[in-house]
Design a protein around this ligand. Sequence first.
Ligand SMILES: Nc1ncnc2c1ncn2[C@@H]1O[C@H](COP(=O)(O)OP(=O)(O)OP(=O)(O)O)[C@@H](O)[C@H]1O
Length: 635
Amino acid sequence: MTAQVHGFQTEVTKLLKLLANSLYSNKEVFLRELISNASDAVDKLRFLSITSPELTKDDPNFWIRVRADEKAGTLTISDNGIGMTLNEANEHLGTIAKSGTEEFFKNLSKDQAKASQLIGQFGVGFYSAFIVADRVTVLSRAAGSKPEEGVRWSSDGSGTYESENITRNERGTDVVLHLKDSEKEFLNEWTLRETITRYSDHISTPVLLWCEKHEPASEKDGEKKEDKPVWGWEQVNDAKALWTLAPKDVKDEQYIAFYKHLTHDYGDPLTWAHNRVEGDLEYISLLYIPKEAPWDLYSRDEKHGLKLYVQRVFIMDNSEEFLPNYLRFVKGLVDTTALDLNVSRELLQKSPVTRKLKRALTKRALSMIEKLAADKDKYQIFWSQYGRVMKEGPIEDPSDREQVMKLLRFASTKSGTAAQTVSLEDYIARMPEKQKNIYYLTAGSYEAAANSPYLETLRKKGIEVLLLTDRVDEWLMGNVRDFEGHSFVPATASDLQLGDLADKDDQKKKDEAEKDNKGVVERLKKALEGKVTNVRISTRLVDSPSCIVGEQDQMLTPQMRRMLEAAGQSVPEEKFTLEINPEHPLIRQAADETDEARFGKWADFIYGQALLADQGSLKDPSSFVKIMNELILKK
Ligand SMILES: Nc1ncnc2c1ncn2[C@@H]1O[C@H](COP(=O)(O)OP(=O)(O)OP(=O)(O)O)[C@@H](O)[C@H]1O
């Protein structure tokens, strides 16, 4: 067979172009990536051989080998794992099989400076070989296939690769790197040994390095043996799966290195939790939280979930069954004796053991996050990355609602910044004695929330209001009614339920104001007939002339309205109650207007600005501006 030339998927070509520059300062990671791939290939075959032992019969001991050839200038990473067929090599080594990749690269090219950070998080895997090599050749044979079904794949990383069938006697894969002249240091035994132990010490397959050993001079049976170098394989990693060690015996650096092996992330994790549980439900879990949220955290097709091991044998990646969806950013593994080795994804979904493990691991993950919350600075890093996902928690998992709600953070009128730092427990601890409810306001931006007229009275009374500006907040507040016995009340509610917080005078003042301003209220009702459901005197306004309120259940917030409209849904026209502040000069001026036609303009203006302040836009802004100009110019 002659080699066929194929073009890389466009994204791969882009990635390859970016690689050399952006990961140069971190270039030794290629070795970790290739050893990780080799270890995955071994894990996959170990799993298959449980049901098909003939696959490994002739070569049952798994290994990963690293061999430098100084003369040829090559470094070869080999494994006797699952190998690849020609089709698999073309598919896996020529494309990036992740949805959303195109979008990712679009964003990447806009901001070159951030490229290296993002690219690391993206997980460049096999392609990292091109950081140090100007040609990469892969020789492989899939377990179970014939010698003549071997594969040779080769590329200089500039846009195309060639591949063909060859005869190969051994199963598994050799990745041969033809090192660039500037990267010859990776032929050096010490560099290799150091890099392997740093990154791959605790992967469970032995990593063997081809190296020179010295046999000391000796005299045996009267024969003199010189001190001469002998070449051979030497195991350089510990090869004890890290999670099987007692947590007290594992150093932080080891946890970090293992995280990188596991996730292909180039950065350190934010935190981790390692637990070994014995008894009825025996399992070991090692959970990590990445410092940065994955680029595809909100993508529907994003793959997540833990690596599943049964009795130390790797079973599958991305087992989503063990954690709720809102904890999808948690990486790591679970190893259990409570499942069968031949468990499939379908069986896993049905198994009661899975459900029990999910409960247990969710608790582990939440307690890891609780511990993180004790360190305010670290928790802010966490919150900025995962806050919006955590807010899905109380909706998705009512059984852990209180626990998750304690972990939520919000901006508030007391915190005074857009940073979300206030917990519900902080809020309750600061509540005046008479306050019963938790007040909140949702808005499109922090500024819009902080300056909202709805806050005026609450602010005057010293009542803290949570300012919610994430899209998910609407959904969250639509689903939670209370926290620790305190109801959530929106600052926009027609009844703020102030209870004992209302001044005794408030009602009296309101009654008086209603009596005194009956005229203007009635005139407004008439002028705005068909546009509003009602007009009334407000108790919530201090500095603003007017605001709109809707019945709590009926009112669509502007964000919700925009979301529905963007999703192509027809959103019903809503009518509101107009509340006015009769002490405001603008209302007074309107009340003094005797010409009813002109009063109509005042009514539209007062209502229009209340709508604008609440919704952020108007259906007919030019008419509003025209009316405003007319009133200013007193035409
Ligand atoms: N040594 C190997 N043996 C068998 N298959 C391999 C080997 N190296 C790579 N592959 C195949 O090529 C695919 C692509 O590898 P690559 O490292 O680019 O991505 P990945 O490992 O799937 O993803 P990531 O690195 O982001 O976790 C692998 O999923 C695997 O199918």
